[in-house]
Design a protein around this ligand. Structure first.
Ligand code: NOJ
Length: 929
């Protein structure tokens, strides 16, 4: 009977999924707290002048200290009090403030959930010193000014607390960048049970129902909300995950952006509906500044956005008493944040540039550690590779077709009846043997491990969950929370509990598999409200699921990451997740879930991955080919081309789709796919270096153009092309039958096409004619890009291959520079014994030099790696000769028409400092290119 019900349900569910059924997911109007906050906002706007319902800081309660101040916030209407802390945070630039609002512990009916240090924030977020002044406006203002001794940068950052009405403004160089609660939308619902049956519950204050699911709300509502405005900014970005444009749209009159991790099959595009993951971080950017607001709250959150070019100067006018340089622009973006529970923990990031703001966010939530190199190569996945024969056949076919790949993936069907950590012994009689065969070719295996556990009393792992204090509990009877997922009736380990995470990590010890794919971590519960867990389900320490929802999946992949370290302590872990939260970048790569095999979804993959990239989720990508539905060969080629230049590059397809491995296509399509994959492999040294740099300071690997061209306003709404690091620019073809493509090249730069080396000046849109194999990839003049040009079967086979350096010259100064990072590609020795090589190449005045930023005998392979070719692009005249470091003369060819100079076999060791000189024919001996 149980199975009958389950399959019946599955059938309905699958048929619902032909395209998303919006009615399965709440609108703001159907979500009690969202509705109440919006209503409150409207009322506040109307009452703005009379100051009703406004919070005020009680002057007598203020206690200042070295890093900030603490005080009581009082609701003028009800007299209720909240505790407030405003302090500076010790991020790398020192230009970050933190505003925290909570209830006083001794006054609260129930404590409010906050993620533990190390869950979303890094473990050691500390405060930093400020100077405090409150002489202005009769003591109604407290000015916190960064105080950092020699760090003059930080000294230009200020936070200004206005007591009555409560408001906080953040300024950089006396220019206001962020204004908090300037619209008095701070709203705080104190836990309370329904007083009696007659109490008005029309807006779902005490309990709620959605599509037959009752949320008992045993503690009543506890939502929080506030407005955050960005004076001087018209463009805001962030708050993934949404299938929408990169620049956020105005939500006035429509739905707010929703952050609530949900399993949405075949999601709709151009829509603020919630998807699988959430990062509650917004960046505002203008030609002058970048500002960020990180709303550190893991419960369901809705965000309204409204931007205008001209605000009439309203916000800064309030502060003119001490604002010396008002915003250079009248633009204004207002955001309104509404969370179902928890505290207000708001980080305010002030920066001149996007990269400066990203560094601050990286100080708070960490960066993506350098991934093993195989994981930034090409991945082959499908639901499912049927058995061992199938796996080995696919593997062999890559070799036979001379197509490199690094990783093959196994989806849920490889398990024994969807019992994760097990294998179906008929299909995979010898998993270790299969793994060894793949490894012998330098290839890897990833298996799926979902967080739902099949209820099977005969299965030892389930028994451990059932009998240990491990699973999430039902609010009704404190029994195990039961729901439906792939295995049928299932339970969910309570990853909020650190002991459970430890238990999970240990389950990896004896698991025969290598790397991990965590799917369904939203968590996906097929028969739950909105396909997820009931909000009143109970977690560790009595927390309700509503309080931790968006964090759950992040703690699943964090525990899996730890599991890989338990199993193989010397190896860099690799985990892919669909559900994520702020900080997920530290322990997982992310993919954008169940997209569809159509052109619109291909197009949408670019803004979606960009939005992840700028909010810290550096290592991300979309299913190449489109997960859902069959793809036609042209679309597949274009998708491979797009995916080959996104950080995470994996083909994947739904169970019901036709097989689409590249060799199944006609020759022209297969060849086009092969060359896109090969291009990815040649660029691995450059990409790996970008990942290394990103691990150090949080810069995105894939970036919107405005990140590196912050003053070029033409790029602010652009999300159909992108940069990879500073030196590569790419626009994928996303139209069927395209024969031409327009590409915008940013101002004050010069670019060369990767295939013809034709040069173009920036600040213009160029039109290219395109064939099926065309990839509109450009190299930046001023960059030096390291490649490995010998085709191999996998990245492991390239480990000691020689390097080609492409030196791009152009513009007036004719200088170029670039980095190269190399290590063994898989171990942790780059961390534990600094076993890596970091070279910095510089070209100026005819000399190309290699300077070793770091080298170590512990990375032994470095001595075997040579530069086998130097390609100089944009060389104006043929040099008279090329002088190698040993004084010998280099062998070269020069093509005047394409201005290309190629020096063959210079035989330069990467691990040694050297200089190569290009000698000009001119009498002065001065090199002029
Ligand atoms: C949903 C995931 O998004 C998809 O990638 C996967 O193939 C299926 N679950 C089956 O595991």
């Amino acid at each position: 009977m149980r199975w009958f019900v389950f399959f019946g349900f599955l059938l309905v569910w699958v048929s619902l999924c032909v395209c998303v059924d919006r009615s399965n997911f709440k609108t703001c109007e159907q979500s009690g707290f969202c509705k109440r906050h919006r209503k409150f906002a409207t009322a506040q706007d109307a009452a703005e002048a009379d100051g009703a319902n406004q919070y005020q800081v009680d002057p007598a309660s203020i206690a200042t200290d070295d890093n900030g101040l603490s005080a009581a916030l009082v609701d003028a209407a009800t007299g209720k009090r909240l505790s407030l802390r405003l302090a500076r945070v010790a991020t790398v630039t020192g230009r970050t403030f933190r505003l925290k609002i909570n209830e006083f512990a001794d006054e609260a009916k129930r404590p409010r959930f906050e993620p533990a240090p190390g869950d979303s924030l890094v473990a050691d977020v500390a405060e930093a010193p400020v100077a405090i002044d409150n002489k202005q406006l009769d003591g109604n203002l407290y000015v916190l000014e960064a105080k950092d001794g020699a760090k003059s940068d930080a000294a230009k950052a200020k936070a200004v607390l206005q007591l009555k009405p409560f408001r906080v403004d953040c300024l950089l160089n006396d220019r206001p960048l962020i204004s908090v609660n300037s619209k008095s939308r701070l709203m705080w619902e104190f836990h309370q049970q329904k007083p009696d049956d007659s109490a008005d519950n029309s807006d779902g204050l005490y309990d709620e129902e959605f599509k037959g699911h009752r949320d008992a709300k045993p503690h009543g509502s506890s939502s929080v909300g506030m407005d955050v405005a960005f004076p001087g900014f018209e463009h805001v970005y962030g708050i993934p995950e949404h299938a929408d444009s990169l620049a956020l749209r105005s939500t006035a009159g429509g739905e707010p952006y929703r952050l609530y991790n949900l399993d949405v099959f075949e999601y709709e595009l151009n829509n603020p509906m919630a998807l699988y993951g959430s990062v509650p971080l917004v960046y505002a950017h203008s030609a002058n500044n970048t500002a960020g607001a990180f709303w550190h709250n893991p419960s369901e959150t809705w965000v309204d956005v409204q931007s205008s070019k001209s605000s009439g100067g309203g916000l800064s006018a309030l502060l003119t008493s001490f604002v010396k340089s008002a915003s250079p622009s009248e633009a204004l973006t207002e955001t309104h944040w509404m969370s179902e529970s928890g505290v207000i923990d708001l980080f305010l990031l002030l920066s001149d540039t996007p990269l400066g703001a990203f560094r601050q966010y990286a100080s708070l939530t960490g960066t993506t550690p350098l991934p093993p190199i195989f994981s930034i190569a090409y991945h082959q996945c499908r639901w499912n590779y049927n058995d061992e024969t199938d796996v080995l056949e696919v593997d062999r076919n890559f070799d036979e077709n001379d197509i490199p790949y690094d990783v093959i993936w196994l989806d849920i069907e490889h398990t024994d009846g969807k019992r994760y950590f097990t294998w179906d012994s008929n299909k995979f009689p010898n998993p270790q043997g299969m793994l060894d065969k793949l490894n012998a070719k330098g290839r890897q295996l990833v298996t799926v491990v979902d967080p739902h556990i099949k209820r099977d009393d005969n299965w030892a792992l389930y028994q451990r969950v059932r009998d240990g204090d491990i699973a999430v509990k039902s609010h009704k009877d404190d029994g195990l929370y039961d729901g439906w997922c792939w295995p049928g009736s299932s339970v969910w380990p309570d990853f909020i509990d650190p002991a459970v995470r430890k238990w999970w990590a240990n389950e990896f010890k004896d698991y025969v598999a290598a790397y991990t794919w965590n799917d369904m971590g939203e968590p996906s519960v097929f028969n739950g409200p909105e396909v997820t867990m009931h909000k009143d389900a109970k977690h560790h320490n009595g927390w309700e699921h509503r309080e931790v929802h968006n964090l759950y999946g992040a703690l699943v992949h964090q525990a899996s990451w730890d599991g890989q370290l338990v199993k193989s302590p010397q190896r860099r872990p690799f985990v892919l997740t669909r559900a994520f939260f702020a900080g997920s970048q530290r322990t997982a790569a992310v993919w954008t879930g169940d997209n569809a095999a159509n052109w619109d979804h291909l197009k949408a993959s670019v803004p979606m991955v960009l939005s992840l990239s700028i909010t810290g989720i550096t290592f991300s990508g979309a299913d190449v080919g489109g997960f859902f539905g069959n793809t036609d060969p042209e679309l597949l080629v274009r998708w491979y081309q797009a995916g080959s230049l996104q950080p995470f590059f994996r083909a994947h397809a739904h169970l019901d789709t036709r097989r689409r491995e590249p060799w199944l296509l006609d020759a022209q399509y297969k060849e086009a796919i092969r060359s896109a994959i090969l291009l990815r492999y040649t660029l691995l040294p450059y990409l790996y270096t970008q990942f290394y740099l990103s691990a150090r300071d949080g810069r995105p690997v894939m970036a919107p153009l405005w990140v590196y061209y912050p003053k070029d306003e033409a790029t602010f709404s652009m999300d159909d092309q992108h940069l990879l690091g500073p030196d590569l620019l790419f626009k994928p073809v996303t139209e069927a039958g395209a024969t031409s493509l327009s590409v915008y090249l940013p101002k004050d730069s010069i670019w060369y096409r990767h295939d013809t080396w034709e040069g173009f000046g920036g600040g213009q849109t160029v039109s290219l004619s395109v064939s099926l194999t065309t990839m509109s990839l450009f190299y930046r003049a001023g960059g030096i890009v390291a490649r490995r040009d010998r085709p191999r079967r996998s990245s492991a086979a390239m480990r000691r291959d020689p390097i080609t350096l492409v030196v791009l010259l152009g513009g007036r100064d004719r200088r170029a520079s670039g980095h190269l990072y190399l290590d063994d590609g898989y171990s942790l020795e780059h961390k534990t014994s600094s076993a890596y090589l970091h070279c910095r190449f510089n070209y100026a005045d005819g000399s190309l030099t290699n300077t070793l930023v770091h080298s170590s005998p512990a990375y032994a392979d470095a001595d075997r790696i040579k530069v086998e070719r130097l390609i100089f692009v944009g060389v104006r005249t043929r040099p008279k000769s090329v002088v190698l470091p040993d004084g010998g003369v280099g062998e070269f060819t020069y093509t005047e028409q394409s201005r290309l100079l190629v020096i063959r076999r210079p035989n330069l060791p990467v691990a040694k400092a050297w200089t190569v000189r290009l000698m000009d024919a001119s009498a002065s001996g001065h090199d002029e290119l």
